[in-house]
Design a protein around this ligand. Structure first.
Ligand code: F6P
Length: 543
């Protein structure tokens, strides 16, 4: 939306904030309907945002903001295949990848659904063959799949493969992303060349890190196997057929997708092949259907009952109205360990922008800094700062009601910790309460006075809870799609393009220039004093 309109809305919202600043969340919870009024339930999936500093008037003002930003119109443009990625002239249709009805999805006058279904059918056939052993490599059945990719061509499948490991009944899956040779080296130590399938995942098939790793994997395979037959150990996931052919991967082992699938939105496309091979095509279909359910919810639910819309508005409320710069994602689900990293790309590559769609500088802060670790580990590391530090960090907690394994009372302990953290952040502990506690322990007056301030928790710190039945493929699909649409709504409100990533380009170009200088000290030339000094020291240290 235009920055002047956003400014006007933020002015109203800041007046609500000033009013709410005088209230502790404890007071908001005096309303018996607080939980029901500030949570959204979709069958076995609940989003609770009651522990935020929001009341009805402030929420109404946020909904007004979404209406005036024409979020609903933007959403329909996206689903309709309009080229809303204006700086790259592309449509944004990751939703088509999980679209199961017969309705066409049009881009440039063409229904893309037949192509989507054709690739999905080929992936399914290939995954079935790899899983059953009908597809044979030099040593027979594939025992290990190594996905080589980076960014969206790694984070999505790597995160999903870990999250869905209880459903994993295919070959072992490995992910190599970093150009640091240690990554590939350590992975190759775990696999045998004769039974390994490498999947080279790269939308462009030009990404430096991926191409380096792919070539090294190819050489490693050729060095140990009949090099003429080594091709059967490689498959490709890409939009760039020319490059996959040049690399030597047959078209029948190449799975395509399209420019309207952004890298960080591509786990639903051919980029998900390693996940499909791991968990099987039927579970992968459940994963897609979970996301599709959220697409339908996002399109149909009124704004105030729309989970991704409310997630986005809460993000704006925290970032632009309260000035909270970072956002923690805290899964109480160990297998979601890579989910925060996945969301870092989704949110920060999408909305880390300083220029609006119209080329003008933004006037408000955009994308929050996203970070997190699974609970309960985080509790013993950085939660101190979340509870008592000087920065307020809104948190998203994620919790399954049912664990995948029944192990003593592990899950009860996990759930209790998760609920306790969100309660503690909200309720806090006053000086009076801390004092009373210490007195009750029989401490003398002076000691109580000395210690009590250290025991105070301001509380009043916002958090949201995602509570779902269990972490299965469908739930994972839902979770990812919720955050995707959240990012989209925020992009519309900020008036930025959430679907390009020019900010990653400069570093890539400079790395290209630096490679010869890193390889050879005599090539050092034309660099600033720091870079030159670092290069020279690098060479000196290397000897
Ligand atoms: O880091 C920039 C980026 O273009 C990401 O957007 C993308 O997911 C990643 O690189 C990998 O790109 P590719 O799939 O083309 O190798």
């Amino acid at each position: 939306m235009a920055s002047s309109a956003l400014k006007a809305h933020l002015k109203t919202l800041k007046a609500h904030r000033n009013r709410l600043k005088r209230k502790h969340m404890r007071e908001l919870f005096e309303d018996a309907g607080r939980f029901a009024g500030y949570s959204i339930c979709m069958e076995d999936f609940l989003f609770d945002y009651s522990k935020t500093r929001l009341d009805e008037k402030a929420r109404d003002a946020l909904i007004e903001l979404a209406k005036s930003a024409r979020v609903e119109r933007g959403r329909e443009q996206m689903f309709a295949g309009r080229k809303i990625n204006e700086t790259e002239g592309r449509a944004v249709l990751h939703t088509a990848l999980r679209h199961s009805s017969d309705n066409p999805v049009m881009v440039d006058g063409e229904d893309v659904m037949p192509k989507v279904r054709a690739v999905l059918a080929r992936m399914r056939a290939f995954a079935d063959d790899v899983r059953s052993g009908a597809y044979k490599v030099t040593g027979g059945k594939v025992t290990d799949v190594v996905n080589i990719g980076i960014g969206g061509s790694d984070l999505g499948p790597a995160m999903a493969a870990l999250a869905l490991s209880p459903f994993h009944d295919g070959p072992a899956t490995h992910f190599v992303s970093n150009v640091d040779g240690a990554d590939l080296h350590d992975t190759l130590k775990k696999v045998k060349p004769e039974t390994t399938l490498f999947i080279i995942a790269s939308k462009t098939f030009t990404t430096q890190e991926t191409m380096r790793n792919a070539l090294s994997a190819q050489k490693w395979t050729q060095d140990q196997l009949d090099s003429k037959k080594s091709g059967i150990h490689f498959a490709a996931l890409s939009t760039n057929l020319e490059r996959t052919r040049e690399f030597g991967i047959d078209d029948d082992r190449t799975f395509g997708f399209w420019d309207w699938v952004g890298g960080r939105y591509s786990v639903w496309s051919a980029i998900g092949l390693s996940v499909m091979i791991a968990i099987g095509p039927n579970h992968f279909a459940d994963f897609l259907s979970g996301a599709e359910e959220i697409d339908t919810h996002f399109r149909d639910a009124p704004l105030a009952e729309n989970i991704p819309v409310m997630m986005a508005l809460l993000g704006i409320w925290h970032r632009n109205v309260w000035g909270f710069a970072s956002h923690a994602v805290l899964p109480y689900d160990n297998r979601l360990a890579r989910f925060p990293a996945y969301l870092q790309q989704l949110e920060m590559e999408s909305n880390g922008k300083h220029v609006m769609m119209n080329g003008k500088e933004v006037t408000e802060d955009t994308g929050a800094i996203v970070w997190g670790e699974p609970g309960t580990n985080g509790q013993h590391a950085f939660y101190q700062l979340i509870h008592q530090g000087t920065s307020v960090i809104p948190c998203d907690f994620l919790l399954a009601a049912k664990p995948q394994e029944q192990m003593a009372d592990h899950h009860a302990l996990l759930a209790a910790n998760c609920l306790a953290q969100s309660e503690a952040l909200m309720v806090g502990k006053t000086l009076e309460e801390a004092t009373a506690e210490l007195k009750a322990k029989g401490m003398d007056k002076a000691e109580v006075k000395r210690l009590a301030p250290h025991k105070v928790f301001e509380g009043n710190r916002p958090s949201c809870m995602f509570l779902y039945r269990e972490l299965d493929p469908k739930t994972l699909g839902k979770l990812i799609a919720l955050y995707e649409h959240k990012v989209f709504v925020q992009g519309v409100i900020w008036g930025i393009n959430s679907f390009d990533q020019w900010g990653v380009e400069l570093g890539k170009v400079l790395a290209g220039e630096l490679i010869p200088m890193v390889k050879d000290a005599d090539a050092i030339n034309g660099k600033d004093a720091s870079t030159e000094g670092l290069l020279k020291t690098f060479h000196a240290l290397r000897g």
